[in-house]
Write a protein that binds this ligand. Structure first.
Ligand code: DLL
Length: 448
């Protein structure tokens, strides 16, 4: 172990190479960061242009070659890339390296059409493990910890992404994956992990099963929860922290760009640091494609700077968020993503008002007598969309009270969000529990 000092902000600064607070990379002045980004962008563009036909054709069509990019601002001359591009060029058409030099493949399952296949060279896997280790460290995990990893293992990037990051950090991983929740609770009580990795909805489901078993997870060794892969509200964070007795941190990522660890909260819990030495982040108006002002909501668009096998130019994530480059109390200089409100594809338009499921969640959770388990049912009536909120009552609430609870919730949603909904209160256990990404919306609208 190298020398360690603790700063005023409580950050452990370490000079040993095994530490995953990389003070050089994570706290470099933004001007230096921009120089590094530009250098890496040029190399990454060359890789994309030379080795991926689609990128070359689109850049040619835009009249821009890698050497024409002379400043970071020239990024805006580059073409966008979409999820459909990966589907249309399935399996290997977007890869910049021959299959023989790949080290791993992952896929994200779509509801329609082919899966989105992504690939990594050994160096890509190495960078991913570094960034996941960095993310876990930022969220409070440390070498020597035991990490209970309940992200699904397999083609989904969550399980293996968190696994190799935790190992790289110097932690011991319990590779449980999702499911068999009772056994997971038993393992948590027996093995005493300090860190839990899971989707927020599964973390909540674990808390509930523990309660049913008469086990109070607040008495477990868990202190840090690294939760992501789906939108979740601050109200949900509070609920999880209360029930599990840990600090819940948000982690973001997507297979097309890498997997988990593209951005992660630090213990200030004031937004997710996007790792700008490996990715360029833009927030654009989805209609006009113009950058929105800092602090305003728009679509997150990401360009990879170091990926070998699958370089991505201006990937349209469809995730709606805000960013800030304001200094963070932790000392890290990388920008912060202020929570993902949801995907533009999941946005509902209720009587002309744009609504994300996580906004309804924020209003529902914490209401008296309601449990934090809900689903939104969307139906079409004439030209209008109608939403029914199905939400569970807390255990022990009498059925006679259901009508007045529903009335109260409906009234609250109307006054907070301005939308009219129907609310149906369900018995505890009636809403399906997730073991990975929760299904928040049942869309019964006719498919167009
Ligand atoms: O969900 C990677 C991941 C695994 C992230 C584990 C975090 C933890 P995909 O399956 O490709 O990859 O899904 C990516 O999930 O575009 C967002 O819409 C959503 N998403 C991921 N993290 C968050 C988050 C993984 N923290 C898609 N908040 C993304 C909100 C998130 N949405």
């Amino acid at each position: 172990m190298g020398a360690r000092t603790i700063t005023e902000a409580g950050i452990i600064k370490s000079t040993d190479l095994g530490s995953y607070f990389d003070t050089h990379a994570e706290t470099m002045p933004r001007e230096t960061l921009a120089l590094l980004q530009f250098d890496r962008l040029r190399k990454s563009l060359q890789n994309a242009y030379d080795n991926v036909l689609l990128h070359r054709q689109r850049m040619d069509a835009n009249g821009v070659a890698p050497q024409d990019v002379k400043t970071l601002g020239d990024l805006r001359r580059l073409p966008f890339t979409f999820k459909t591009d990966l589907r249309d060029h399935y399996p290997y058409g977007m890869f910049a390296r021959p299959v023989s030099s790949l080290a791993r493949l992952h896929a994200s399952s779509g509801t329609t059409g082919k899966a989105t296949l992504v690939g990594y060279t050994k160096s890509d896997i190495d960078n991913w493990a570094d960034l996941m280790a960095r993310s876990l460290h930022a969220s409070g995990a440390r070498a020597g910890d035991i990490v209970h990893n309940a992200y699904g293992y397999g083609l989904f990037t969550g399980g293996l992404g968190a696994h190799y990051g935790a190992e790289r950090l110097g932690a011991a991983v319990v590779p449980v994956s999702g499911g068999s929740t009772e056994r997971q609770i038993e393992l948590i009580m027996d093995l005493k992990p300090r860190v839990l990795c899971a989707t927020p909805s599964y973390a909540l489901a674990m808390g509930e099963v523990a309660e049913q078993l008469g086990i109070d997870l607040r008495n477990s060794a868990l202190q840090v929860g690294v939760f992501g892969a789906e939108p979740w509200s601050s109200a949900m964070r509070y609920e999880i922290e209360e029930r599990l007795g840990l600090r819940a941190l948000d982690i973001y990522g997507l297979s097309e760009i890498m997997g988990p660890g593209v951005a992660c909260e630090c213990t200030a819990q004031a937004g997710l640091h996007g790792w700008e030495d490996h990715f360029l982040f833009e927030v654009l108006d989805p209609e006009t494609h113009e950058p929105v002002q800092e602090g305003h909501a728009g679509e997150l668009v990401i360009t990879t700077l170091t990926k070998q096998a699958l370089p991505m130019l201006r990937y349209r994530t469809r995730d709606i968020t805000k960013i800030t480059t304001a200094p963070c109390e932790c000392g890290r200089t990388h920008l912060r993503i202020l929570r993902i409100a949801g995907r533009s594809d999941d946005m509902l338009i209720i009587r002309g008002i744009n609504v994300y499921p996580s906004q309804i969640e924020a209003v529902l959770i914490g209401r008296p007598m309601l449990a934090p388990h809900y689903q939104l049912v969307v139906e079409r009536q004439g030209a209008l969309d109608n939403v029914t909120i199905e939400v569970e009552a807390q255990a022990g609430v009498s059925e006679e009270a259901f009508t007045s609870i529903a009335h109260d919730a409906r009234h609250h949603v109307k006054s907070m969000m301005g939308i009219s909904t129907r609310v149906i209160v369900k018995f505890p256990g009636e809403i399906p529990r997730s073991q990975g990404k929760a299904v928040r919306v049942r869309d019964l609208r006719p498919k167009s």
